[in-house]
Design a protein around this ligand. Structure first.
Ligand SMILES: N[C@@H](CCC(=O)N[C@@H](CS)C(=O)NCC(=O)O)C(=O)O
Length: 219
């Protein structure tokens, strides 16, 4: 059996859940994966037991049958994408994969990462983890907001970011926008994010919200 360590409401573990859903699968129903849920807000990932799995004390983690530890969301998703299901969410051919990679990384660094930085520097629950500089929070939010027009333009006349089909780039942008909500940037406010992004967010949210990914699945 493989073991997948998750915290189901944080953006990086959610990537894994969304990727599997996009492939028509649910992480809880894969025959050779056991899911272990951790509650970050209760510090369950800071225990000795989890630290021995991932010394960085971060989720998600996938441990393979031979003991190989994949302690990064991209690595976990790359692995799951190739091993399970039929359609690749990372891209169908070399050029498609490269395009998905480029847009995914831009969504990650410009949108999701900046909102996460804002959270880490601005939220009291992160004070024990981060040497917080509170001024960094609004500046990081602004950096994310500044990058939104780039995606608004790509989505003009398109439902998805790359080749008019759902890919991992869409999942990462959606999760970044959804986390922006926590940081006070409303992904349904066309004046802030742009109308193409609002439509994109609504479509993705219907399929990949925490609730939509949880319904019918045990937690
Ligand atoms: N590079 C890692 C980052 C993972 C990460 O930052 N995970 C967050 C949840 S989104 C976490 O576990 N945070 C725990 C903490 O900050 O104490 C990945 O993408 O997997």
């Amino acid at each position: 059996m493989k073991t997948l360590y998750l915290f189901r409401t944080a953006p990086n573990p959610r990537k894994v859940i969304c990727l599997m859903k996009a492939k028509g699968l649910t992480v809880d129903a894969v025959h050779d994966i056991t899911v272990k849920n951790y509650e970050i807000s209760e510090g369950q990932h800071l225990t000795e037991a989890f630290t021995s799995v991932n010394p960085l004390q971060l989720l998600p983690v996938l441990v393979l049958e031979d003991g190989t530890v994949l302690n990064d969301s991209q690595a976990v998703c790359e692995y799951l994408d190739r091993v399970y299901g039929e359609r690749s969410i990372m891209g169908n051919d070399i050029v498609h994969r490269a395009k998905v990679c480029a847009v995914r990384r831009t969504a990650e660094f410009e949108i999701m990462y900046n909102f996460m930085l804002a959270f880490q520097h601005g939220h009291p629950s992160k004070a024990h983890r981060v040497d917080q500089v509170s001024q960094f929070a609004p500046k990081s939010i602004q950096r994310a907001v500044n990058a939104l027009p780039y995606f608004e333009k790509i989505l003009t006349g398109h439902e998805y970011l790359v080749n008019d089909q759902l890919s991992f780039a869409d999942i990462v942008l959606y999760l970044g926008l959804d986390f922006g909500k926590v940081m006070g940037v409303d992904p349904r406010d066309a004046n802030t994010v742009g109308s193409n992004i609002v439509n994109f967010y609504e479509r993705m949210h219907a399929e990949y919200s925490i609730k939509a990914c949880t319904e019918g699945n045990p937690i």
